[in-house]
Structure formats: structure tokens, C-alpha cells
Design a protein around this ligand. Structure first.
Ligand code: 4NP
Length: 152
């Protein structure tokens, strides 16, 4: 299984989602390919946001080695499933994918834990507090736990 997590900047939500799912796969000896990307390229090459790193580490998840990159249309073919953090990311993925768009591969990540509700992961970038990043972590942890159950 090849899974791509996508947000806007690829420095807050999607690298946390990538790290959480990777951590859970490692614990279950699952050899999945997991990656993340941003629909925007402003932070390309940067490590995750300091608070994203800090909160993930508090939960035993090390994301310090990750590097932001922008979503490219070829990701549509390379991955089996692509999870958007919010509805704007979903629309941008569709726009960038162009003729390679495959609706069956793309969904909002929170539909794993709250099916068919089309909920978005709030972006902690704007509030920029530990509490906001902790809330993001908890939402993504629950969604990734359910994702693993749904795929097995
Ligand atoms: P992310 O958060 O999409 O969860 O990585 C953001 C990161 C950067 C910006 C916006 C959101 N920005 O405007 O640079």
C-alpha cells in the first residue's frame, strides 16, 4: 500500500499524519510506503514546523528528518491512496492532477474516523500554539488508527 498525506504547506498537518501512520505501520510490521506533500511550494525543502516536531516527539513520533515538497500530478499515479487534510487541499489536488485525476484514490483523512462527514483538520499554523498542534495530533492519530483498521 502506498499512501500520500497532503496539506497546504507540508510543514504542519501532513508531515504529522505521515509520521503517525509510519509509526503505527512500524509497530505492526507493515511495509507500506508513506509520504506527504503540500499543494503549495513555499516551504519546499524545509523540515516540519518546530511545534509539529515537538508535539509529535512528545508522543514518540520523530518527524525531524522530513522535508517539505510540493504535490505533483504524477503523485496521482504513484500512490494507491491520497488523503487531503481539508476540503481546499482536495480541490487543489484535483486542479494539479489535471487529466491524471482519479477520484477513487482521493478522500479527506477525517472520513476515516468520521465516515462521510467531510470534516477538515483545522490548520494549527495560524493559532501557532502547542494546544493547537496537540489537537491536530489527536485528530490525526484517531484517523490513522482507523485507516489501518479499514485497510486490513
Ligand atoms: P500546513 O500549514 O498546511 O498544515 O503545513 C500551513 C503551513 C504554512 C502555511 C499555511 C499553512 N503558509 O501560509 O505558509
Amino acid at each position: 500500500m502506498k499512501i500520500l498525506m497532503v496539506c497546504l504547506g507540508n510543514i504542519c498537518r501532513s508531515p504529522m499524519a505521515e509520521g503517525i501512520l509510519q509509526y503505527k505501520c512500524d509497530n505492526q510490521n507493515l511495509d507500506w510506503e508513506i509520504d506527504s506533500a503540500g499543494t503549495g511550494g513555499w516551504h519546499s525543502g524545509e523540515p516540519p514546523h518546530k511545534k509539529a516536531q515537538k508535539i509529535a516527539k512528545l508522543h514518540g513520533v520523530d518527524i525531524s528528518h522530513l522535508q517539505a515538497r510540493q504535490f505533483v500530478k504524477e503523485d496521482m499515479q504513484r500512490f494507491d491512496k491520497i488523503y487531503a487534510m481539508d476540503s481546499e487541499n482536495y480541490i487543489d489536488i484535483k486542479r494539479i492532477a489535471g487529466n491524471l485525476w482519479d477520484e477513487s484514490k482521493v478522500d479527506l483523512i477525517l472520513n476515516q474516523s468520521s465516515p462521510e462527514q467531510d470534516l477538515s483538520v483545522p490548520d494549527p499554523w495560524y493559532e501557532n500554539t502547542d494546544a493547537a498542534f496537540e489537537q491536530t495530533f489527536q485528530l490525526l492519530d484517531k484517523a490513522c488508527e482507523q485507516l489501518l483498521k479499514n485497510e486490513q
